[in-house]
Design a protein around this ligand. Structure first.
Ligand code: MN
Length: 236
């Protein structure tokens, strides 16, 4: 038996400081996971943890990952937006519905810096009509990512700050202690809906300050204790 079309190998993200790679299965993403970003998008902000409801999840295809930082300006939009995010890389499986919060951290292999690039005009049009976000979120080259740093080498996330500079100017700056849903809580909530597997990535949501990227722009994402993720937007 032969494949009737070429098979695509998994995307492999480098593991920082090694020659090893992390083969990617799925990309899950969390929306509105910083209150200040939910506010800037005009969404309701919960008054307390008890009022959080459930997280907003969406997905991107694994082949949307960008490993070299080079992002061609995408077609079909006049409003490409940056969202700097912490990315969680899973190193173990959890069957659907069987991941308590207090066991979720054990699934984490490591962390990376990422951008959840968004065609904001298409996402806004979809939101207004109650339609899916795929064309706004799940496009080619929409998920730049840096090398994955094993969790044991980074240590606790704590109050580390996630930042994005564009052309040298600070655009986004948020503390990881301001996440509405922290990493174990997000994995627990995802597990209610999906079987999680080693190889999955979770983009954890962005702090306030999202805004446009233009062809020629250079971006630098940083998180205390990790190597920066640098890249640029090419002409269409
Ligand atoms: Mn996002």
């Amino acid at each position: 038996m032969a494949d009737v079309v070429p098979a695509h190998p998994p995307v492999r993200v480098p593991v920082a400081g090694t020659s090893d790679h992390f083969p990617v299965r799925r990309i899950f993403c969390v929306g509105r996971n910083f209150a200040d970003h939910a506010r800037e998008m005009g969404a309701a902000v919960p008054a307390s943890k008890a009022d959080r409801g459930t997280p907003v999840f969406f997905t991107k295809p694994a082949d949307a990952l960008v490993l070299d930082g080079v992002v061609p300006y995408p077609p079909g939009t006049r409003e490409l937006h940056h969202e700097v995010e912490l990315v969680v890389a899973l190193g173990a499986d959890a069957p659907a519905g069987e991941l308590p919060v207090d066991r979720a951290q054990a699934l984490v292999y490591g962390y990376a810096l990422g951008l959840d690039l968004t065609r904001r005009d298409l996402q806004a049009a979809a939101k207004a009509k109650g339609l899916p976000w795929d064309t706004g979120k799940a496009f080619d080259h929409s998920a730049p990512i840096g090398p994955i740093l094993p969790a044991a080498r980074l240590g606790e996330l704590g109050t580390r700050r996630l930042r994005l500079h564009v052309n040298g100017q600070l655009r986004q700056d948020g503390g990881l202690d301001d996440l509405v849903w922290d990493v174990p809580e997000i994995l627990h909530e995802l597990s209610k809906l999906f079987a999680l597997k080693a190889g999955d990535l979770v983009y954890m949501g962005t702090p306030a300050g999202v805004g446009p990227l233009q062809p020629g722009d250079a971006f630098v994402a940083t998180l205390d204790g990790m190597a920066p993720l640098e890249g640029r937007i090419l002409a269409a």
